[in-house]
Design a protein around this ligand. Structure first.
Ligand SMILES: [Zn+2]
Length: 120
């Protein structure tokens, strides 16, 4: 599938989503259920489904492995200090791809090339 096809699919999906957004555009900025989730970016995970979320319910911060990185912590602090969340959930999962390599491997891959790489 070409980039143009994926790009077009995403634009069409977004147009349909935005077209049906309705009153959700009037939701307040602070999350209504006053919690945040930090989890993995794994494509098999859908935080809205596994945590029972709807638009406006919670902040969802994602990265590779669901790590409490500096940037994730920055987002959680903003969520708590500025947007009223009271609880954080850090959610990991089985079969995480981040367990298939270590810092040495990724460092080596990056030192050789910033182009796409594959870990066998
Ligand atoms: Zn993962």
């Amino acid at each position: 599938m070409s980039k143009t096809t994926i790009h077009q699919e995403v634009l069409e999906a977004n147009a349909a989503y935005a077209g049906n957004f309705g009153d959700k555009g009037k939701l307040p900025m602070p999350p209504g259920r006053r919690f945040a989730v930090l989890t993995c970016m794994d494509a098999r995970l859908d935080p809205a489904k596994f945590a029972g979320l709807s638009e406006g319910d919670a902040h969802v911060i994602r990265n590779a492995g669901g790590r409490a990185s500096d940037d994730a912590i920055r987002s959680l602090v903003i969520s708590y200090k500025l947007l009223g969340t009271k609880e954080f959930f850090v959610i990991h999962h089985r079969d995480c791809g981040m367990l298939t390599f270590n810092n040495s491997i990724i460092s080596d891959l990056l030192s050789k090339s910033l182009e796409s790489a594959v870990v066998d």
